[in-house]
Design a protein around this ligand. Structure first.
Ligand SMILES: CC(=O)N[C@H]1[C@@H](OP(=O)(O)OP(=O)(O)OC[C@H]2O[C@@H](n3ccc(=O)[nH]c3=O)[C@H](O)[C@@H]2O)O[C@H](CO)[C@@H](O)[C@@H]1O
Ligand SMILES: C=C(OP(=O)(O)O)C(=O)O
Length: 472
């Protein structure tokens, strides 16, 4: 089992560069499937397990991809499949984001049901409601969702019951090639939605209002691949802001965008952290003693749920008692038990956690229960007495590029200890093996599809052997 080892007590200082945003790059990579011609060239693509997973999904669908030096080139001219199987969707729920583009481009999509995950049940009813309103027929069976439409999707007025980030993105992508205009009401407003809209518009789409609660998408005939640079990762930036604050440090976070981090900045300032926006990022300087604050997670522009556990880590060592309320996901306090192993004093009651601050944390062996929990445990370990070992790194690798290297460059005593049996098998190798197995099964169908004319191929897609149609 790989571990991050941290010896606490070092004050962080210096500059750290933020990578491209995981939550922006995933929908943008999915959107490259909409380009019938031209190459998509996506810059600042972070080297993350989630990106590698999506890369494999896109390849299996027929995309031609190269990935070098944070630039991914994708040509999606000839798609050969419309299915994202369980192997990938299980690894990463965001694989479900290929449904909108596949439905728009090919008129059909078959995706494994993403199911729940550690932080909550995470239904996809709002995605499906949007596709149905646009004329798609949805069938659920054998753990898969199939969506199909006769002819093109039709523009529709869709009111989202919850301002879901993924549903807004999926519907936006589907609507980009629909007949007529689609209006999404109660749309999510996250910066990643705006980045996706900018990318779609550069491809030739007509998306207006992204970043507000009402998004209008006028469908166009076709979209082409273009170059795009992904926005910096606000959650990664926020995590380094917390790490700096926890150690009483002084860190410049290069690439961080103040506007995207407004609720985090505001809470840190309330606590007594000094935040300065510079020409190229955000500087965070903290005194040793910080005041406690209450935090409630909300959809953007509220305090992000993806920063809740890191913020809780900081509150554990601040002076006073804080109330943390999680309103976005129903089960996102699993890190509390791990924090308690480090001597934290926290009581959980439903969606509320009461954090008694001012604790001297002690190093411990702890496990990341989800992606951000892993980062939060690393933050806590940075100011704990003695050594901590954080395992469960497959979560952390989904969303942080070289977290140990970046923290070490700021002066932290931290390193990653690979399990001998794992060093030869980084997680993306396992993904590749899974892909190879599925491709092997699908090979005859894919070869057959490749010999057809592109237009015919798009109408009569082969089904992979692993996918049993529920229509026939
Ligand atoms: C890849 C990506 O961008 N992931 C982010 C995205 O996830 P994701 O897009 O999955 O999150 P959503 O915004 O969809 O979920 C928000 C809430 O809506 C609920 N819901 C969602 C869809 C639906 O059809 N029905 C429904 O009830 C969810 O269960 C959750 O309680 O936004 C979350 C909320 O900011 C972040 O924590 C994730 O990091
Ligand atoms: C919950 C997260 O991501 P995902 O939606 O990909 O699980 C996250 O980034 O914290």
């Amino acid at each position: 089992m790989s571990k991050i080892i941290v010896r606490g007590g070092k004050r962080l200082s210096g500059t750290v560069r933020v990578s491209g945003a995981k939550n922006a790059v995933l929908p943008i990579l999915a959107a490259t499937l909409l380009a019938k011609d031209g190459e998509s060239v996506i810059h600042d693509v972070p080297y993350l397990d989630d990106v590698i997973t999506l890369q494999q999904v896109l390849s299996a669908l027929g995309g031609k991809l190269t990935y070098d030096n944070e630039t991914m080139r994708i040509s999606a001219e000839h798609l050969v499949s419309f299915e994202a199987p369980y192997e990938w969707v299980r690894k990463m729920r965001a694989s479900f984001l290929v449904m909108g583009p596949l439905l728009a481009r090919l008129g059909c999509a078959r995706i494994s049901l993403p199911g729940g995950c550690a932080i909550g049940t995470r239904p996809i009813d709002q995605h499906l409601k949007g596709f149905e309103a646009m004329g798609a027929e949805i069938v659920l069976g054998q753990g898969y969702i199939e969506a199909r439409t006769e002819g093109k999707l039709r523009g529709a007025k869709i009111y989202l019951d919850v301002a879901s980030v993924g549903a807004t993105e999926n519907i936006m992508m589907a609507a980009a090639l629909a007949d007529g205009t689609t209006t999404i009401e109660n749309a999510a407003k996250e910066p990643e939605i705006v980045d996706l809209a900018n990318y779609l518009n550069a491809m030739g789409a007509k998306v207006r209002g992204a970043g507000t609660g009402i998004i209008r998408i006028e469908g166009v005939e076709s979209l082409s691949g273009v170059a795009h640079t992904v926005i910096p990762d606000r959650v990664e930036a926020g995590t380094y802001m917390i790490a700096a604050a926890m150690t009483g440090g002084d860190v410049h976070i290069e690439g961080a965008i103040g506007d995207h981090l407004a609720p985090v900045i505001s809470k840190l300032q309330e606590m007594g952290v000094s935040i300065t926006e510079t020409d190229s990022g955000i500087r965070v300087a903290a005194a040793k003693k910080l005041k406690s604050v209450d935090v409630k997670t909300l959809p953007y522009p509220g305090f992000p749920t993806d920063m809740q556990s890191q913020m809780m880590a900081l509150l554990m060592v601040s002076e006073g008692t804080s109330i943390v309320t999680e309103t976005v996901f129903e089960n996102r306090f699993m890190h509390v038990e791990e924090f308690q192993k480090m001597n934290a004093h926290i009581k959980v009651d439903g969606r509320t956690a009461i954090v008694s601050g001012g604790t001297k944390l002690t190093g411990a062996k702890v496990t990341a229960t989800d992606l951000r929990a892993g980062a939060a445990l690393v933050c806590a370990a940075l100011c704990a007495d003695g050594e901590s070992e954080i395992s469960g790194l497959h979560h952390v690798d989904r969303g942080y590029v070289n977290i140990t290297g970046k923290l070490a460059s700021l002066g932290a005593e931290v390193y990653r200890k690979e399990d001998d049996t794992e060093t030869a098998q980084p997680s993306y190798v396992k993904v590749l093996e899974g892909v190879a197995a599925v491709l092997e099964e699908a090979e005859p169908a894919i070869v057959a599809a490749r010999t057809q004319e592109p237009a015919k191929r798009e109408k009569e897609l082969p089904r992979m052997k692993t996918a049993q149609p529920t229509w026939a």
